[in-house]
Design a binder for this molecule. Structure first.
Ligand code: PLP
Length: 397
């Protein structure tokens, strides 16, 4: 009988499709969903051995589960990681990656333009455990080294950043981290491993919100931390006891999604690039930003570490805050929703929604200008996306 094994030499795209738990006696082609909270043993000896960690037998789904493992192994193959631990959301992945490596008295160095809830964790909760932080400007990596303190344990970055689409050269920041024996933790949510693999550039940890492009259809929450086995062991030790584990149901949905990740990201990026190109120079806009537009200030970094520009396009409307609200009201196809990374295109206006509680000065500090619009390009025909944006620009003047 011919053996169908997932060869180590297969490319990440192939592994993301072919890695699956061993078939049951039913010989199913697609993976079953192991929706079970615990696992059984034939006898007392088998149970003792499982609890003594003498084998890999499953015990309880807060620790591990075959469906969650399928998602984790596929993600590890995609990111080129030794191992990973999947979590209930992107935030629990990020929080878990902080708690596993930071203790009272430590210092975290983070880029300033990061996801809102990550900012809340760093500024509101980490200080409760006496974990201090300093923010740096993502676009000024030359400032990082002077900010490293003797107690700095981790550098955290998001590239491309949300919503500003700023980038940092991962190889440069990884070299700084290595020199000072500090962990580099990269939130790779915006690019996904189909476009950018931070571990290849020297990062130690990669964190994800699987809720976005990895799911790709706006259905489930999920997250994951990936890296070397010894680092993931620390994350596992924290999460196994504190309980932010990914549901096997969500893991099943997400593992299926990874089978189409490369195909989807190619289409999302193609749609986004053509939207960005078509909008550049439009009379209603101050500027258009997209990593693969030659006008992006860090176009060279994008070309170096990303294989495509990703699905997000940003632009600044002439007419500021009120124009932003009128623009949203005129859209006929694009959804108004808090998510991104969906098969349906989404428009958002951070100044009047996600960042409305900040003062204008605070917003400007993290790159949120009054007329900033963020478009998450879906999988619809690119001409329909463009036409909707153009008609909304015209009718919101
Ligand atoms: C959404 C998001 C998160 C948080 O993920 P959840 O799954 O919503 O918890 C973290 N980082 C980035 C860049 C995000 O876009």
């Amino acid at each position: 009988m011919k053996k169908r094994k997932v060869k180590p030499t297969y490319r990440p795209e192939t592994k993301a499709i072919r890695i699956q738990p061993g078939r049951t006696h039913n010989m199913e082609h697609s993976s079953p969903m192991y929706l079970t909270s615990s696992f059984c043993y034939e006898d007392a000896e088998a149970m003792r051995a499982a609890f003594a960690d003498e084998n890999d037998a499953y015990i309880y789904s807060r620790f591990s589960n075959p469906t969650v493992e399928e998602f984790t192994q596929r993600m590890s193959a995609l990111e080129g990681a030794e191992s990973g631990f999947a979590t209930a959301s992107g935030m629990s992945a990020i929080f878990g990656s902080f708690m596993a490596f930071l203790k009272a008295g430590d210092h975290l160095l983070s880029s300033a333009s990061i996801f809102g809830s990550t900012h809340t964790v760093i500024t509101k909760f980490l200080p409760k455990w006496n974990i201090q932080h300093t923010y740096f400007d993502l676009t000024k990596p030359e400032t990082i080294e002077a900010l490293i303190q003797p107690n700095t344990k981790m550098i955290f970055v998001e590239t491309p950043s949300n919503p500003g689409l700023d980038l940092i050269d991962l190889e440069t920041v990884a070299k700084i981290a290595k020199k000072h024996n500090v962990l580099l933790n990269v939130d790779n949510c915006f690019a996904t491993p189909a476009i950018q693999r931070p571990l290849d550039f020297g990062a130690d940890l990669v964190t994800h919100s699987a809720t976005k492009w990895l799911d790709g259809q706006g259905r489930v929450l999920g997250g994951i931390v990936l890296g070397k086995q010894e680092l993931v062991d620390e994350v596992y030790a924290f999460c196994r006891s504190t309980g932010p584990s990914l549901s096997p149901f969500n893991a099943w949905v997400l593992a299926r999604s990874l089978e189409t990740l490369h195909v989807r990201m190619e289409r999302h990026s193609g749609n986004a690039l053509s939207l960005a190109q078509a909008l550049e120079g439009n009379e209603h806009l101050e500027w258009v930003k997209y990593p693969f537009l030659k006008s992006h200030p860090q176009y060279d970094i994008a070309q170096k570490q990303m294989s495509a520009g990703g699905g997000i396009v940003c632009f600044e409307l002439k007419g500021g805050l009120e124009r932003g609200r009128r623009f949203l009201d005129q859209l006929e196809l694009l959804s108004l929703t808090a998510n991104l990374g969906d098969s349906r295109s989404i428009a958002s206006h951070p100044a009047s929604t996600t960042h409305a509680k900040l003062s204008e000065a605070e917003r400007l500090k993290v790159g949120i200008t009054p007329g900033l619009i963020r478009i998450s390009c879906g999988l619809e025909h690119k001409a329909d996306i463009l036409e909707d944006v153009l008609q909304a620009l015209d009718s919101s003047r």
